[in-house]
Design a protein around this ligand. Sequence first.
Ligand SMILES: C[C@@](CO)(OP(=O)(O)O)[C@H](O)COP(=O)(O)OP(=O)(O)OC[C@H]1O[C@@H](n2ccc(N)nc2=O)[C@H](O)[C@@H]1O
Ligand SMILES: Nc1ncnc2c1ncn2[C@@H]1O[C@H](COP(=O)(O)OP(=O)(O)O)[C@@H](O)[C@H]1O
Length: 291
Amino acid sequence: MSHADRTDLPSRPGAAGSRMAWAKINLTLHATGQRSDGYHLLDSLVVRAGIGDELRVAPSDRLSLTISGPGAAGVPTDARNLVLKAAALLDADQGRGAALHLVKNLPAAAGIGGGSADAAAALQLLAAHWDLVLPENSAQLGADVPVCLADGPQRMRGVGDLLTPLPALPACHLVLVNPRVDVPTPSVFAALDNKTQPAMPEVLPEFSALAEFVDFLRGQRNDLAAPAIARAPVIAVCLEALDDALLARMSGSGATCFGIYETTAQAEAARARIADAKPNWWVATGPVLGA
Ligand SMILES: C[C@@](CO)(OP(=O)(O)O)[C@H](O)COP(=O)(O)OP(=O)(O)OC[C@H]1O[C@@H](n2ccc(N)nc2=O)[C@H](O)[C@@H]1O
Ligand SMILES: Nc1ncnc2c1ncn2[C@@H]1O[C@H](COP(=O)(O)OP(=O)(O)O)[C@@H](O)[C@H]1O
């Protein structure tokens, strides 16, 4: 087999030629202003959930991308894919090759940064594969890419570019519910009436117990929830379906909602109940990473 023909893709998540692209969850999302270029200033507590896509790389003389998995339908495989955009940003027209395969589990355009997480995973995997350093301008791939490159809970401000790592959070489990309606991010921002709302407290408390953390979150907001629900009222039905959670909110610009549960068993029971009642929805569960 020639070097160019090798497409022996590693199949184990976390193997050397593979990287997980974990879902990004905005536990809070405050819209605090707007820049002159139209981009919104945000203040958001962002975590990664242990539910994600998997990106694999194998040596090849040319760059290629194939996609499989339950979330693959409708995701572009051409140069519009954020994985290939990330490869182009890193390669800078040098013509490097790699055979990439994306196992797409996360729904797209769902407020959980699936595309941004894939882009971040591509930058990290290909930087290692090609022996390059990560580019500083990753945000040009999307405002959420920098936070997806970071590990552990983060406070995200600016337009997504100002990141402050947070101490570990109390352990908890998330149930993610998506009613399978696309809610494009620009349309939700455009429908946001009040673009200058209060930020989170300047200094975030440190949380030793889950109840304390959930109490704090209850006092915070997702300012994009109202315009997203106005566009897709089924989001309110998702929140109702999570009514046994300690807290249920929408992530990002929607439509995915999350419920916070204390134990894996409680989260799994909620996942099974909702999946049974709503077979056409996407319902998944996983721990908050770095908690
Ligand atoms: C709202 C957030 C919150 O984490 O998440 P998602 O709902 O996308 O998951 C992000 O800020 C989205 O990040 P991302 O989806 O990468 O944004 P981009 O591709 O750069 O921008 C898509 C569009 O969203 C709007 N946008 C995005 C970020 C921002 N700070 N202000 C904005 O106004 C702009 O209309 C832009 O054209
Ligand atoms: N690898 C990818 N996975 C998902 N969507 C992608 C990908 N590459 C490009 N896209 C496009 O990016 C858009 C936003 O995707 P995504 O990041 O999942 O949503 P959101 O910004 O709501 O979190 C989608 O409309 C999709 O067509």
